[in-house]
Write a protein of this length. Structure first.
Length: 231
């Protein structure tokens, strides 16, 4: 007697389930390699006198907005009012999800050098633990450097804006570019290790800043931050 074939469950997992699993796996990975991450973030100088949210909560929210590829503060801020997503975030990471307007305000006041150090130190830990040792290119950590367009801004945005004037229309465009150095691995993984903005100096200048000048400054950062790395 033939039995009826078992029905296959072809239903796709719900979006909320996928997001919850992503947050859980991400949290597990972060605290496996960087168990003292919150302490490192908390060690950054806090510019505020009155604190509603801890600096750790603010900076983690800024990072997660990029990790989850929300595209804007407003899009990520909607997660705060979605109930379940915010609850999952707080349960898994053990911290609150602040308003993204608050995050933006505090990020503008936080010392940029402290934030750079916060990015460099985890990379050093990964190298020290030889996480990517087997995936090195030709037996070395190969830095890939490239410049990219960050944003186009309106006139008067800041004194460091680059500008380009069209020969046909005569219209001037103001923008910001950045040069990024990433350690790339044989399997295609890349780790951001240093960043240098392409920006004009304050006051008068003969020529605008460019990617080649920014690369020289970037190379100095790499040599200073990773003095023993054979790159």
């Amino acid at each position: 007697m033939k039995t009826a074939p078992e029905k296959r469950n072809n239903r796709k997992p719900k979006k909320k389930t996928i997001e919850k699993n992503l947050i859980f796996r991400l949290c597990k990975t972060i605290f496996h390699y960087f168990p003292d991450l919150y302490d490192r973030i908390g060690g950054i100088g806090d510019c505020r006198k009155k604190k509603v949210y801890e600096l750790t909560e603010v900076l983690m929210a800024a990072v997660m907005m990029s990790v989850f590829k929300k595209g804007s503060r407003n899009a990520f801020g909607n997660e705060k009012g979605s109930g379940e997503s915010e609850t999952n975030y707080e349960k898994i990471f053990g911290i609150r999800l602040p308003s993204m307007d608050t995050v933006d305000e505090i990020m503008r006041k936080t010392d940029e050098n402290c934030l750079k150090k916060l990015k460099t130190e985890p990379v050093k830990i990964l190298i020290k633990k030889k996480v990517f040792h087997r995936s090195r290119v030709f037996g070395k950590y190969l830095p890939a450097v490239d410049g990219s367009h960050a944003m186009t801004v309106s006139e008067g945005h800041c004194e460091h804006c680059l500008k380009r004037t069209s020969g046909r229309s005569g219209k001037t465009t103001y923008f910001h570019n950045v040069v990024e150095a990433e350690l790339v691995t044989e399997n295609g993984f890349s780790i951001s290790s240093a960043t240098e903005w392409v920006e004009n100096p304050e006051g008068k200048y003969d020529k605008q800043d460019c990617e080649l000048k920014a690369f020289v400054r970037l190379a100095e950062k790499l040599k200073k931050d990773f003095p023993r790395l054979p790159i």
